[in-house]
Design a protein around this ligand. Structure first.
Ligand code: F6R
Length: 662
């Protein structure tokens, strides 16, 4: 997730771009950059770090420029070069959340072609960029950065120079920048929101969108483009929301909009009356709620680039990015280390690795692991999970594993984090920045990555036949859409929270995967609502926890193991008869709990193609992925309880987003 912006009009573009970028900084802050159209030139200024770092660099440039101007008063503009980022009236800008290539000056956007005649800012992921890079190499192009975006600038130049559009009447070719951009887009697989400027075309900005947000702000004598509404609100409240596949050309006094087929489209703008603060959160009241709603996209971004397809069906998992070593599949044991929510992901991973790959997992809390004398052997695979990649205990545990000669595979959300730099190999969750302290989309995308690893290892080890492997991939592919379906029903949870928020004790229980996700569900509630909440394996109920159950208790059961439903029904009866209120999270279409629980929240069940395996008991696999979905209602429940109690869910008391000290 990155933020992009663009301005064309009568005023100096630079301050407008910088102020827009600041409104988009929540989308990423690894680096920032701008490209301005001044005369016939493109002037790029970019740097690693936050927008404030870019501003500082520009301020010192402005000072030097003012001095030089005074010294060369007599010279004409032509003599001094006339290159001025401060006076340009058109430009594009970017704030980066690094995905391909570490945060650095050279990997910062905008990216340009070799002659700096095309500049591009991009939000999204070009999935086939390596293929395109090779194609361009063969044609003599050299690259400066490690990013996926740079191929776009080179492709536009390539098509502009080599494939002029031929006029059918005259048979003559004319160079056409829009045609070159269209040809480029036709080569891209993946997601993008793009803004492109070209040196010979100072009167326009070309923009396009596919699976990444992009809006156009319509001003008076000026037009703007941005990833999100807050970036343009100080200039205009009239907005065109771009649709997937659309392309537009922004001029100072008009906008030409085209659909995927290249036909011109018109539609009235939408008037926005949000406050600027509400707009920054995408109109959501809090970052946490926004991030809960980001999950369908975050899951999609994490999954899709890693699925290899035949036709429209996923047939394999592509792990080239981590130099997936098939020797890992020879090991019967994996260690997974993490803290907090990430450790709960490790607990789900334990069940997944055991079930799908028949590999034993030790899911270890980093602060425990680092002070034990753990049994590690050279070559052991140690997976270290951390959203931030900066948690002190997790880093210490990783270093201990490395010291013992283990191979450390990091699972993190932050490119360039300490964990990503020190691990032997890195698998990224492409969730985009997580701002709210309580982790939501990082957790579900961590699960997605762990399932992919477990499935890949399981296939190599022969624990999954081709049919079940492909069914599992198809089931995973349904999850982003199912998550969106769930979120559309959030009012059910909101109403439930408004009745239950003042319970003094909330217990979360489940068996196997449902136990692992209950650990996370209990943590979410306690950290933002300050309600005492605990999780336990449902089978443990009678071994202690039931002593605490009374009328002030709510019990939330996750129940997605169909073969264990009877046991959960008994557990629900046991707590209900002692006065507890109950909520069950289970599969859509299941009626097992409707008579016993006070409330049932349904999660969508996977469509399981060609399911002839039920008799053989193999349909257990279809239940494996439930934690990604059953975490979502619990996140919403925690959020709404926090609101009902008058708390700020984004900034819970005593907690910090990243625990960088012990
Ligand atoms: C809970 C939460 C924390 C973190 C934990 C580890 O919502 O966010 O429990 O999961 O501090 O943080 P990372 O994943 O950054 O190592």
């Amino acid at each position: 997730m990155c933020g992009i912006t663009g301005y064309i009009g009568g005023e100096a573009a630079l301050p407008i771009l910088l102020s827009s970028l600041k409104k988009l900084e929540y989308r990423g802050y690894d680096s920032a950059g701008v490209a301005l159209l001044d005369g016939g030139d493109i002037l790029v200024r970019k740097t690693k770090g936050r927008i404030s770092v870019l501003e500082e660099k520009l301020a010192s440039e402005e000072k030097t420029e003012a001095k030089t101007e005074a010294e060369t008063e007599a010279k004409t503009e032509a003599e001094t070069g006339g290159k001025n980022v401060f006076g340009a009236n058109a430009g594009i800008g970017h704030t980066r959340w690094a995905t391909h290539g570490e945060p650095s000056d050279v990997n910062s956007h905008p990216h340009t072609d070799e002659a700096d005649s095309i500049a591009v800012v991009h939000n999204g992921i070009i999935e086939n960029y390596l293929v395109l890079r090779d194609w361009l190499y063969e044609r003599g192009v050299s690259f400066r950065s490690e990013t996926d975006t740079e191929v776009i600038a080179h492709l536009v130049t390539y098509y502009y120079q080599n494939e002029p559009e031929v006029n059918p009447g005259t048979g003559l070719g004319t160079r056409n920048i829009l045609g070159a951009v269209r040809r480029t887009l036709s080569r891209l697989q993946g997601s993008y929101a793009l803004a492109i400027i070209a040196a010979g075309y100072r009167d326009r900005i070309i923009v396009a969108r596919k699976d990444s947000p992009l809006i156009i702000g319509l001003g008076r004598g000026e037009n703007l483009v941005a990833s999100d509404i807050p970036a343009i609100l100080s200039r205009t409240r009239e907005v065109l929301f771009m649709e997937d596949g659309e392309l537009a050309v922004l001029y100072r006094d008009r906008v030409d909009l085209f659909n995927e087929q290249g036909n011109s489209v018109t539609r009235p703008p939408t008037h926005i009356d949000w406050t600027e603060e509400a707009a920054e959160k995408g109109g959501y009241a809090h970052f946490m709620l926004k991030e809960i709603h980001d999950q369908p996209k975050a899951l999609q971004d994490t999954l899709r680039p890693r699925l290899r397809r035949s036709g429209d069906k996923p047939v394999d998992i592509d792990f080239d990015e981590i130099n997936f070593d098939p020797r890992w599949a020879k090991r019967d044991r994996v260690v997974i280390i993490a803290c907090g929510t990430a450790w709960h992901a490790a607990m789900v991973g334990k069940y997944a690795f055991e079930e799908l790959a028949r590999i034993g997992v030790e899911a270890d809390i980093a602060s425990e692991f680092r002070y034990r004398n753990p049994l590690l052997a050279p070559g052991d695979l140690v997976i270290v999970i951390s959203q931030s990649g900066e948690t002190a205990d997790t880093l210490a545990a990783m270093r201990l594993a490395k010291k013992n000669g283990c191979h450390v595979l990091a699972l993190t959300n932050v490119v360039g984090s300490t964990l990503s730099r020190e691990a032997d190999t890195v698998l990224y969750t492409w969730a985009g920045p997580e701002i709210a302290v309580a982790s939501t989309k990082a957790f579900t995308t961590q699960l997605m990555c762990l399932y992919l690893l477990a499935l890949k290892l399981g296939r190599i080890r022969g624990c999954l036949d081709e049919g079940n492997f492909r069914r599992c991939l198809a089931a995973l592919e349904q999850i982003p859409g199912q998550c969106a379906e769930l979120l559309a029903k959030q009012d059910v949870i909101q109403r439930f929270a408004s009745r239950q928020f003042n319970k003094t004790k909330v217990f979360f229980m489940g068996r196997q995967y449902d136990y692992a996700v209950s650990l996370e569900n209990a943590l979410k509630l306690k950290e933002i609502s300050y309600t005492h909440s605990e999780a336990f394996a449902a089978g443990e109920l009678k071994h202690g926890p039931i002593a605490l159950v009374d009328k002030t208790t709510l019990v939330v059961a996750a129940a997605t193991r169909v073969s264990l439903f009877d046991k959960v029904v008994s557990n629900i009866r046991e707590v209900s008869s002692r006065g507890a209120s109950t909520l069950v999270i289970t599969w859509e279409g299941e009626s097992a709990f409707t008579k016993t629980a006070d409330e049932v929240f349904f999660i969508p069940a996977p469509l399981w193609e060609d399911d002839k395996t039920e008799a053989a008991g193999q349909n257990r696999f279809r239940e494996c992925f439930s934690p990604i979905l059953s975490a979502v209602p619990a996140q919403l429940f925690a959020y709404y309880c926090s609101i009902q109690r008058g708390n700020d869910p984004d900034k819970p008391r005593n907690l910090a987003k990243s625990v960088t000290v012990e």
